[in-house]
Design a protein around this ligand. Structure first.
Ligand code: SF4
Ligand code: SF4
Length: 177
């Protein structure tokens, strides 16, 4: 093989030029990169994000517990002899085990779903135990501290910003869809 192989030199130059042309084409195209976490890509309407739970609406029917394929939800209730209804004692979600299948939301019989997915997806915990969030009969009774530290409570950015403006700390489970 000769050192000055003109065909090879021309082919290499052509390939290099082709590469630069591709770069040039994308240089002038609109950017599709999101500068996360400053910029966030809007999520689809039926996005299955972090679960929210509303103890005030829940009727303790346990359907979400039975339908969950990953054994994520557990709860306890007691019969109220005066009202003949079930009073919620506590409700627990182990977020680490949830596979975001939406079965619990679909089966939940309350008109406004007591348990439902949100648009939030940023979930960071320092300890394994913090993934387990336990609610009492009302939003103020949340037992576990882990989730209360999370930015995604109370589940909607609007609600969080509203609370921040009022100088309040978001409380677990107090979100709206
Ligand atoms: S979304 Fe699916 S896995 Fe997660 S708690 Fe609901 S039923 Fe269980
Ligand atoms: S299905 Fe809905 S109402 Fe029934 S226990 Fe679960 S969250 Fe409560």
């Amino acid at each position: 093989m000769r050192f000055w192989d003109v065909t090879k030199i021309l082919r290499t130059a052509y390939d290099t030029l082709l590469g630069f042309l591709v770069t040039l084409k994308y240089y002038f195209s609109p950017a599709i990169t999101y500068q996360y976490p400053k910029e966030k890509k809007p999520v689809p309407e039926r996005f299955r994000g972090i679960l929210a739970f509303h103890p005030e609406i829940c009727i303790s029917c346990e359907m979400c517990v039975r339908v969950c394929p990953s054994d994520v939800i557990s709860m306890a209730w007691e019969r109220n002899e005066a009202t003949k209804k079930k009073d919620l004692l506590w409700y627990q979600i182990d977020y680490a085990k949830c596979n975001v299948c939406r079965l619990c939301e679909e089966v939940c019989p309350t008109k406004i779903k007591s348990i439902h997915h949100t648009n939030e997806y940023e979930m960071v915990f320092e300890k394994r135990d913090d993934f387990i969030v336990k609610w009492g009969p009302s939003t103020e009774d949340t037992v576990t501290g882990g989730a209360a530290k999370q930015s995604w409570f109370p589940f909607t950015r609007e609600a969080r910003e509203d609370l921040k403006k009022k100088g309040k700390t978001p409380v677990a489970g107090k979100g709206t869809r």
